[in-house]
Design a protein around this ligand. Structure first.
Ligand code: ADP
Ligand code: MG
Length: 287
């Protein structure tokens, strides 16, 4: 049976007297899963990530880590921070050392590892993000995409079981975003669960095994991206743009009066396969 790394039950959090920023969220996260947490600005994505990382303590509800309840105390928060790594949206909020190597080494050094172990962890994390040649560069000379990779390497060097990334592709060009997602693939084959908070539904359809949709702090839908994002009503209601592939499939169906695909195509090639299949079926061509 798949292991639940983290489970939350009716998690609630509010900033002071404001309405709930996270309102009764229950889910579980399995080893090796790729989850896209979708929602418009202000939906509660960052706040939920902060709760999972132990940066904030929930007002109500509970978090379980590998089946064990996490206390709502500073020790409980420390427990979460040992198992979970969070990459903040803005790398300038995360990076503070002078050079890349110093920054990526900071966490393991602070955790009391030997100098040899610190170096091994840092080098491995830099290799995983494909930025080993940047080791001795000053942080201030890096591009945004490079900074994001360094921030991720710094978190990977702590070997988290759960990796949370807040809007990791925001501000990156297409190649930068692709390279970043590609670098994360190996990680998640090793059993690390990865959660990406984003409003990019194309990315979610392409990358995620499962999506969560948040609206005003509540989890309003979850499931496989092909199913959840195929619902235009849900996307409209939660201020998400439907994935482009979904819009194209809809237009083609309307225009040519086609039967919907059994499941929403996830790649342009799958869309073309469906169209070819529909055309062949209509013309009685057996392929
Ligand atoms: N530090 C804060 N202090 C007060 N309110 C906040 C703070 N951070 C976020 N909020 C509020 O909490 C709600 C959820 O915000 P957030 O978690 O940042 O959403 P998202 O990441 O989906 O954009 C919003 O109403 C936002 O204004
Ligand atoms: Mg946010």
């Amino acid at each position: 049976m798949a292991i639940a790394l983290i489970e939350t039950e009716r998690l609630r959090f509010a900033y002071g007297a404001a309405p709930w920023a996270v309102d009764g969220i229950s889910f579980s996260l399995l080893a090796g899963e790729r989850v896209a947490m979708l929602g418009a600005n202000g939906a509660g994505k960052s706040t939920l990530l902060h709760l999972l990382m132990g940066l904030q303590s929930p007002c109500e509800g509970s978090i379980r880590l590998l089946g064990q309840a996490v206390a709502r105390t500073p020790e409980g928060q420390r427990q979460l921070r040992r198992a979970v790594g969070l990459v903040l949206q803005d790398p300038d909020d995360q990076l503070f050392a002078e050079t890349v190597l110093a920054d990526v080494s900071f966490g393991p050094l602070n955790a009391g590892l030997s100098p040899a172990a610190v170096e091994a962890r840092a080098v491995e994390a830099l290799q995983e993000m494909d930025i080993l040649p940047l080791s001795s560069r000053r942080i201030s000379t890096l591009s945004l995409g490079e900074k994001k990779k360094v921030a991720i390497a710094g978190v990977l060097a702590m070997e988290p079981q759960v990796l949370l990334l807040d809007e990791p592709t925001a501000g990156l060009d297409h190649h930068g975003a692709e390279a970043l997602l590609h670098a994360l693939r190996g990680k998640n084959r090793n059993g690390v669960a990865i959660v990406i908070a984003t409003h990019n539904t194309d990315l979610a359809l392409d990358w995620a095994d499962r999506v969560f949709v948040l609206q005003r702090g509540a989890l309003v839908a979850s499931g496989r991206p092909q199913q959840v994002l195929a619902d235009p009503e849900l996307c409209h209601r939660t201020a998400l743009r439907q994935p482009l592939l979904c819009q194209v499939e809809f237009q083609l169906r309307q225009r040519f009066d086609l039967e919907p695909a059994a499941e929403l195509p996830v790649t342009p090639a799958q869309l073309a396969d469906w169209l070819e299949h529909s055309w062949a079926a209509r013309h009685g061509v057996i392929r």
